[in-house]
Write a protein that binds this ligand. Structure first.
Ligand code: NAD
Length: 497
C-alpha cells in the first residue's frame, strides 16, 4: 500500500498526528493509499515554511515567474497521462475523461504563464503639474487552496497556477479521498525550477482546514466543495479577516424547448448527466422539458442509451462511465433514488440493479432517469451528485425559467432551442453564473473565469482568468510629485491642481 506524506518546503515530511485517511480504488474497492491528516501544529509549520519563501518569490521578476510557469506547464503536458491515471485510480472517472480534466487544469497554468501582461498596473501621467499616479498588483502572501474529490488535478491547478504566478506562496489541502495528483503537481513545480516552499501540499481533513483559516499568516482561502462547507469556510475566513472565494454545490438545469433538435439535446445530456458518473459540479442534473411531447420524445431517445451505458473499470479504454468515488457516496446516491420514488416521481430507468461481473466490490451504479419531478421534492432540492437525470415537465418557457431561477443553486444552466430570441432572453436573464446555449456543460475556458451564483459560490471573485488574478493580488496606488515648483502648505482636502 502506498503511503503519502506532506510535501513541505520541496520535500516529503512524514505526518506526526497519528491520524490518517484511506484512499480506495473505486473500480475494485481496494484500499490503495493512506494520507496523513495534518494537526494544527503541522499546518502551522507548513505555513511558516511558505511564509519564509514568500519575500524572495514575491520579489522574483515577473519574467522569471512566467518562465517557471511555462516550464511547469510543459511538464504537466509531459505527465498528463500519469496525472490522469492517478485521477482515474483514485476518483474512478474513465481514463479519457480524466485526460480531459487534467488538460483543463493545464490550460490554467498555460494562461498563467502570460503573467507579465496580466499583472500590469495602470498609469496616468501628469494628473497635475509634475504629478503621476500609478497602480500595482501585489501578491497577498501565503494563500490556501482547499479542493474537492471530483477534480483532483484540475482544481488544484486552477488555484496553484494563478496564486503562484502572481507571487504568492501556496498551501494546497486536497480532498482526502483523491490526494495523489496534488502531491505530484507540487513535485513537478519543483522540477520546473520553482523554489522550495512556494507550493506545499498537506494531507488533512477539517482540522487542517480550520487551522489554515485560523493561522494569521494565511492571507486568502480558496475553497471548492459542497455548499454547507463552502458557506462555513467563507464565514470563518471572513471572521478571521481573510479574503475568501468558496465555490459550492450545484443543481444544473437544461431547458429543452419544443423546437430543440432532440437528438442533439439527448447527446448533450448523455455526456453532461452521466459523464464522470454525474460527479461534476457542472453536470446537468435536471432537464426541464417545455411540453409533454418534448419530454416524451427526449425520454424515448435517452432511455435505451442510459440502459446501455458502457460502464466499467476506470482504466479500461472506450467506456462512458466508471464507478462512483466511494461506497458511502454510492449509498448516498441510491438513497436519493429511493427517496425520489417515495416522493412520487417515476423511475424510468433505475440504475440500482447494475452489477459489473468481476468487479462486485467496486462502487458501480447504473444510470437512472427520474421523470415527473416537482419542485417540492427533496430529491429535486438537493444536489445528488450521481449518474441521475431528473425530468420536469412544464407548459411554457417562462415556467422553466422560474425553476432555474428559484432553485437555491446557481452554478450552470443551459438551453437547447433553435430560437435565437428565446436563447438570448435565457442568457440575459437567468440567475445563473455559467450559461450554455445548445452547449450542455458551459465550463468557461482558462482565459474567462469559473464561478456560480446564489448558493453555488460565496465571495466576490471567480476562479482563474482575470478574476483569479484579482483574487490573488491586492492593488497599491502611488501618487508621486516630481516638480521644481514649491506648492506650500495646504490644510484643505488634497485636491490636485
Ligand atoms: P466536501 O465539501 O466534502 O469537501 C471539500 C473539501 O473540504 C475537502 O478538501 C475536505 O477535506 C474539506 N472538508 C470536508 N469537511 C470539512 C469541514 N467540516 N470543514 C472544513 N473543511 C472540510 O466536497 P466533496 O465531496 O469533496 O466534493 C463534492 C462537492 O464539491 C459537490 O457539492 C460539488 O458540487 C462541489 N464542487 C463544486 C465546484 C464548483 O466550482 N462550484 C467544483 C467541483 C466540486
Amino acid at each position: 500500500m502506498n503511503i503519502y506524506n506532506h510535501y513541505i518546503g520541496g520535500k516529503y515530511v512524514e505526518g506526526t498526528s497519528g491520524r490518517f485517511g484511506n484512499v480506495f480504488n473505486p473500480s475494485t474497492g481496494e484500499k490503495t493509499s493512506q494520507v496523513p491528516f495534518a494537526s494544527a501544529a503541522e499546518v502551522d509549520q507548513a505555513v511558516s515554511v511558505a511564509q519564509a519563501a514568500f519575500p524572495e518569490w514575491a520579489a522574483t521578476s515577473v519574467l522569471k515567474r512566467a518562465r517557471i510557469m511555462a516550464r511547469f506547464t510543459q511538464l504537466l503536458y509531459d505527465y498528463q497521462k500519469q496525472l490522469a491515471t492517478l485521477v482515474s485510480n483514485e476518483h474512478g472517472k474513465v481514463i479519457e475523461d480524466a485526460m480531459g480534466s487534467v488538460l483543463r487544469g493545464i490550460e490554467v497554468a498555460e494562461f498563467a504563464s502570460g503573467v507579465p501582461h496580466l499583472q500590469k498596473g495602470e498609469y496616468s501621467d501628469n494628473v497635475a503639474s509634475g504629478v503621476d499616479i500609478y497602480s500595482m498588483r501585489k501578491p497577498l502572501g501565503v494563500v490556501a487552496g482547499i479542493t474537492p474529490f471530483n477534480f483532483p488535478a484540475m482544481i488544484p491547478l486552477w488555484m496553484a497556477g494563478m496564486a503562484i504566478v502572481t507571487g504568492n506562496t501556496v498551501i494546497l489541502k486536497p480532498s482526502e479521498k483523491t490526494p495523489g495528483c496534488a502531491f505530484r503537481i507540487a513535485e513537478l513545480f519543483l522540477e520546473a525550477g520553482g523554489p522550495p516552499g512556494v507550493l506545499n501540499v498537506i494531507g488533512g481533513d477539517k482540522e487542517a482546514v480550520n487551522a489554515l483559516i485560523e493561522n494569521p499568516l494565511v492571507k486568502a482561502v480558496s475553497f471548492v466543495g459542497s455548499t454547507a462547507i463552502a458557506k462555513s469556510v467563507y464565514e470563518k475566513s471572513a471572521a478571521n479577516g481573510k479574503r475568501c472565494q468558496a465555490m459550492g454545490g450545484a443543481k444544473n438545469h437544461m431547458i429543452v424547448m419544443p423546437d430543440a433538435d432532440i437528438n442533439a439535446a439527448a447527446d448533450g445530456i448523455m455526456g453532461a448527466a452521466y459523464g464522470s458518473a454525474g460527479e461534476r459540479c457542472m453536470a446537468i442534473s435536471v432537464a426541464v422539458c417545455v411540453g409533454d411531447e418534448t419530454a416524451d420524445k427526449l425520454i424515448a431517445n435517452l432511455k435505451p442509451r442510459v440502459e446501455n451505458l458502457k460502464i466499467g473499470p476506470s482504466m479500461k479504454e472506450g467506456l462512458e462511465m466508471g464507478p462512483l468515488v466511494t461506497k458511502e457516496h454510492r449509498e448516498r446516491v441510491t438513497g436519493y433514488l429511493q427517496l425520489a420514488k417515495e416522493e412520487g416521481a417515476t423511475l424510468v430507468v433505475d440504475g440500482r440493479d447494475f452489477v459489473l461481473d468481476g468487479y462486485e466490490d467496486g462502487y458501480f451504479l447504473g444510470g437512472s432517469i427520474i421523470d415527473r419531478v416537482t419542485p417540492q421534492m427533496k430529491s429535486y432540492q438537493d444536489e445528488i451528485f450521481g449518474p441521475t437525470l431528473q425530468i420536469m415537465r412544464v407548459g411554457r418557457f417562462e415556467d422553466a425559467m422560474d425553476f432555474a431561477n428559484d432553485h437555491p443553486y446557481g452554478n450552470g444552466a443551459s438551453i437547447f432551442t433553435q430560437n435565437g430570441s428565446v436563447a438570448r432572453t435565457f442568457a440575459d436573464t437567468v440567475e445563473i453564473g455559467m450559461v450554455g446555449i445548445n452547449v450542455p456543460i458551459p465550463v468557461p475556458l482558462a482565459f474567462y473565469s469559473f464561478g456560480g451564483w446564489k448558493n453555488s459560490a460565496f465571495g466576490d471573485h471567480n476562479q482563474y482568468g482575470m478574476e483569479g488574478l484579482r483574487f490573488y493580488t491586492k492593488v497599491k496606488t502611488v501618487t508621486s510629485r516630481w516638480s521644481k515648483d514649491a506648492i506650500g502648505p495646504d490644510f484643505m482636502m488634497p485636491v490636485l491642481k
